[in-house]
Design a protein around this ligand. Structure first.
Ligand code: ATP
Length: 281
């Protein structure tokens, strides 16, 4: 079975506080992108789980989030089947685009079918939550307001067809490190999540672009000032708005259409960065 694992961006991201379980309480508007990893998932009667990933920085085998997802699903359901999973990585890694979570979610869905487990969406969401905070969103696969540690999802109207220019600097960042620095840095102004939600409900592109906001951006930008330079370059090149996604370091610019995004990307001069022109779905 061939499946797609889609990347996400955060149109707004607020951190409400640290939780006793080590996670943070967040409030974020998440939007899936057309950009995806391609996965080939097959059931194996031998009981072995084999995960191979095309990217040199991502482990194959038990270190891969997909392996953990398959193993957890199997033991939860008392299933003795195995799986062979190949991941062709297109989503930049350790980039704030939930690539690993997307792969894990796609594997859960595919294995539920291939192993004939018959789990309902609610049960898959519960399994996904145990693998990672972004996995439930990736399983649902639709624009949503995410609360809790990211697993409490309220569907929002999607805004498909917007142009997105993703700019990934050459370095990655650790999500855990960004959150820990966030905790020790003074609080700053947060996003207006309610206004972002109503901008999406009204399909008001100008408002969505103006309301892009991520409280983690200043933390990652303090470590890597390139973040601010990329934002500035995107706006100067004609993006309607620009913000860092998740814990970074990918910064994205938003445009009314993919065509406009292509023109903006053509004007960018950001040596060392990977630039991907994409769109919302
Ligand atoms: P998030 O936005 O959810 O914080 P991210 O986009 O910042 O995630 P990922 O690309 O998911 O980060 O990768 C984070 C780490 O997880 C990497 O160091 C990577 O080696 C590891 N990893 C394990 N499995 C995968 C996978 N299938 N795809 C990507 N990374 C994986």
């Amino acid at each position: 079975m061939n499946v797609k694992a889609r990347a996400k961006i955060n149109l707004s991201l607020d951190v409400l506080g640290a939780r006793p379980d080590g996670y943070h309480e967040i409030l974020t508007v998440m939007q899936p992108l057309e950009l995806h990893d391609k996965m080939k998932v097959e059931a194996l009667a031998t009981g072995a789980i084999e995960v191979i990933c095309s990217h040199p920085d991502v482990p194959s085998g038990p270190g891969n989030l997909v392996y953990r997802a398959a193993d957890l699903l199997r033991s939860e359901c008392g299933c003795s089947m195995g799986a062979s999973i190949y991941i062709k990585k297109n989503i930049p890694v350790a980039a704030g685009l939930a690539g690993g979570s997307a792969d894990a979610a796609a594997a859960l869905k595919a294995l539920n079918k291939l192993w004939g487990l018959g789990l309902e969406e609610r049960q898959l969401l519960q399994a996904g939550e145990r693998i990672g905070a972004d996995v439930p969103f990736c399983l649902a696969g639709k624009t949503a307001l995410a609360g809790g540690k990211g697993e409490i999802l309220t569907p929002l109207p999607s805004f498909p067809g917007l142009g997105v220019i993703l700019v990934k600097p050459s370095f990655g960042v650790s999500t855990a490190r960004v959150y820990s620095l966030y905790d020790s840095s003074p609080a700053g102004p947060g996003p207006n999540t309610g206004a972002m939600v109503s901008a999406l409900e009204k399909r008001d592109f100008e408002a969505v672009a103006a309301l892009l906001n991520n409280v983690l951006e200043r933390v990652t930008a303090a470590l890597h000032p390139e973040i601010n330079e990329i934002k500035k370059a995107l706006i100067e090149a004609g993006a309607a708005g620009a913000i860092m996604s998740g814990s970074g370091p990918t910064v994205f610019g938003l445009c009314r259409s993919p065509g406009e995004a292509l023109s903006v990307a053509a004007r960018l001069e950001l040596p060392g960065c990977r630039v991907i022109v994409n769109e919302t779905v």
